[in-house]
Design a protein around this ligand. Structure first.
Ligand SMILES: *Cc1c(COP(=O)(O)O)cnc(C)c1O
Length: 417
């Protein structure tokens, strides 16, 4: 009996925001039989079908932006965005090592050179001072993730960009609906990109959305989304640079579902924030645990619940604590966050073919990806960062209590309380 009661098994319900509304929306499209209406030529249907147009309009209204361009993923959205700004082969784009891999590979797709700048420990986002240190005559743009659901230091980054005439692309995939000084994250930069893949706050299975206030970028993203080179003559487009088209088109079923999901976003965020706040308040009393920081005039939408261990104070390695938490049967606890610049592709500089293109073979400057270029990010990954993958679960208050109880049990076991 004592054995049984000693550990509890927390099995949290998997995250799910779908209900009858999504089923009906998808079914209506299926019944009509028009699963996509895009035409890859200059034609009224070049911009997509009824559901795609309606979903984009709904996104424009919700995020208060003049242009929203749907994509079949955020990866496609990032590629379209970097093409739209006219990135030249060999030009540099500054990006964070703490983001999903596509934030950086989208640069390589246009034969641009990713340059990794360090992060701030407070929010794990790009450090404006590190960006400044990495500027060169080749720097063209900055890809700014709003990582884990909290805005980057956008004021500093945007003013730096203005001073040096750089384009800013926000990767807001993890922060839909997060606020920064009263504005939606993703809408402050030249282009913002959102993900609608099934891990994200709201989703369409696979999908993405780009937003901008710039009509030229909007048009170029629409072209790149849908076979630009074939459309340009009919549309009478003279400026052809980077108008290599892809098929990044979103389907009608996904768009119809996306519209329903978008309506749910405020409620989804409210719940996520309420439970994350509850977890913060439950864990507050633990020594040596740095809880998520929410900067002034920002909201955190908690795609991830990030934590830092004060290892000096705890005098235990991170692994011991994480293993002990796992023994308490708390799922979704992970150590570290992989630094992109340390991936083999960057270490070996092998992307297109075998001969180091585009690092060699364009007009690129030599850039360094050695360990040591992003000391804050590297140290956090190697030593003290851990997280709770909050977006995997449909959490309840009871689950939050179980998580908190597990932390207290572990802290007690190691005489840390
Ligand atoms: C999920 C994610 C992406 C990629 O999104 P897809 O829609 O799967 O292509 C890009 N950047 C960040 C920061 C993400 O979290």
């Amino acid at each position: 009996m004592t054995l049984l009661s000693k550990t509890f098994s927390a099995s949290f319900a998997p995250y799910n925001t779908f209900g009858e509304e999504e089923v009906q929306a998808g079914l209506a499209v299926l019944k009509k039989g028009m699963l996509s209406q895009f035409i890859g030529a200059w034609h009224p249907s070049f911009y997509g079908g009824e559901q795609v147009l309606a979903f984009e309009e709904a996104w424009q209204t919700a995020f208060q932006v003049p242009y929203a361009i749907s994509m079949n993923s955020a990866t496609s959205g990032l590629i379209a965005a970097l093409g739209a700004i006219g990135l030249e082969p060999g030009e540099e784009v500054i990006v964070s090592p703490w983001t999903m891999s596509a934030s950086a590979t989208a640069i390589l797709v246009w034969n641009g050179i990713p340059v990794f700048a360090d992060i701030q420990e407070r929010t794990f986002n790009l450090d404006p001072q590190a960006i400044e240190k990495n500027l060169s005559s080749k720097t063209r743009a900055i890809v700014v993730p709003d990582i884990f659901g909290h805005a980057a230091d956008l004021k500093a980054i945007l003013s730096l960009a203005q001073k040096h005439q750089l384009v800013v692309i926000e990767d807001a995939s993890q922060a839909p609906g997060a606020l920064y000084y009263g504005q939606y994250v993703g809408t402050l930069a030249d282009i913002g990109v959102f993900s609608l893949n099934y891990h994200k706050h709201i989703h369409t299975g696979e999908g993405g959305m780009c937003v901008t206030r710039n009509p030229e970028y909007a048009e170029r993203m629409q072209l790149i989304r849908n076979h630009a080179e074939a459309v340009a003559p009919g549309k009478g487009i003279q400026d052809l640079h980077n108008l290599i088209g892809f098929n990044f088109r979103l389907g009608e079923i996904e768009a119809a579902i996306g519209k329903v999901q978008l309506q749910k976003l405020p409620h989804v965020l409210q719940e996520r924030i309420r439970l994350a706040d509850l977890l913060i308040s439950r864990l507050q009393a633990l020594p040596g645990l740095r809880l998520p920081i929410i900067e002034e005039k920002c909201t955190h939408v908690f795609y991830v619940f990030p934590l830092i261990l004060d290892l000096e104070r705890l005098s235990l390695p991170r692994k011991t604590i994480v293993e002990a938490l796992k023994q308490e049967r708390i799922p979704g606890i992970v150590e570290g966050y992989a630094n992109l610049h340390l991936l083999p592709m960057y270490q070996k500089k092998i992307a297109y073919g075998k001969n180091h293109f585009p690092w060699i073979g364009t007009q690129a400057r030599s850039v360094c990806y050695d360990k040591g270029i992003c000391p804050v990010a590297e140290k956090l990954h190697d030593e003290s960062y851990m997280s709770f993958l909050i977006s995997l679960f449909q959490l309840t208050e009871k689950d939050v209590d179980l998580i908190a109880k597990a932390f207290f049990t572990v802290w007690e076991r190691f005489h840390l309380l």
